[in-house]
Design a protein around this ligand. Structure first.
Ligand SMILES: [Zn+2]
Length: 284
């Protein structure tokens, strides 16, 4: 189990899914040939063949007053997902969460960095044939911009399914707080807009006792985008804006003691941003 300590805050990573290779459907520019020369990605983020490693995980953030889950992965038994093996999952995520000391009833806050399929899945679980909130004692915080965008869009069948089975039920149960994208969750945790991947995308800033961290969300999917900030994801709704966001965030973090914790980074998952020629790398 990987944990990080930021002042009085503890962050624990809970993995649902890890993969090596097969990531080009997200990052088409990241071919084996293009990635293999980026030596610093090995061994945590790439294998010797240039295949990228990625992870789908949740991060539990414990502050003196809150127990927060940041992003809720894919979930079990969901259907209508465009990636075939993301349908009808029967994974041990909730068991693992409880075994790590976080039974679902003990979570008081759920933060979704954005409302894509791999960030909202465990918002709900199937109970007696219905989708009901998993974290029954939690407030679910979502960016109002993000919520409105996905509620109103009628083009993408997968997103409509995701909204219907993983967002609408928690809203209907009265557990959602729609917030601005600079919302302060508690003394140590603040939302920070990092736009481009989605219209209301936020990263999570953690600060305590002079230490700080940033949970990325999906403004970056893989550390190779630090060497190539211009490598946008297929699923970035505005690729120019997401590229601008990557440049801005890396430049602001470079050389600082702020820990960057990747939402889809495998292996070490976290590190410090340092300048590397014209671009950046992650020092783990
Ligand atoms: Zn994602």
């Amino acid at each position: 189990m990987q944990t990080w300590r930021i002042g009085d805050v503890t962050i624990t990573k809970l993995v649902e899914f890890e993969m090596t290779g097969g990531t080009r459907f997200i990052l088409p520019d990241a071919t084996y040939d293009a990635c293999r020369p980026i030596e610093w990605l090995k061994p945590h983020f790439m294998d010797d063949q240039g295949r990228l490693k990625m992870s789908i995980h949740a991060l539990v953030v414990e502050t003196p007053s809150r127990r927060i889950v940041v992003d809720t992965c894919l979930g079990n038994e969901k259907q209508g997902r465009s990636v075939p093996h993301w349908n009808n999952l029967q994974g041990p995520f909730l068991r693992d969460l409880a075994a790590a000391g976080f039974p679902r009833e003990s979570i008081d806050t759920v933060l979704c960095t954005h409302l894509h399929v791999d960030h909202v899945g465990w918002n709900t679980m199937r109970t007696d044939g219905r989708w009901l909130p998993t974290f029954t004692k939690a407030r679910y915080l979502m960016s109002r911009t993000e919520f409105d965008y996905w509620r109103d869009q009628r083009k993408d069948a997968e997103h409509m399914a995701v909204f219907a089975d993983s967002v609408q039920p928690v809203f209907d149960a009265g557990l959602v707080d729609l917030v601005g994208n600079t919302h302060r969750v508690c003394d140590e945790v603040t939302l920070e807009p990092t736009l481009g991947h989605t219209p209301g995308h936020v990263s999570i800033r953690i600060a305590s006792k002079g230490e700080s961290a940033l949970i990325t969300g999906d403004f970056i999917h893989h550390p190779c985008q630090m060497t190539h900030p211009e490598w946008a994801a297929v699923v970035d709704y505005n690729q120019q804006q997401s590229t601008r966001t990557r440049h801005e965030v890396f430049s602001a973090l470079a050389g600082t003691p702020t820990l960057m914790i990747g939402t889809h980074f495998a292996g070490a998952t976290a590190g410090h941003v340092v300048r590397d020629g014209d671009a950046y790398r992650l020092a783990t």
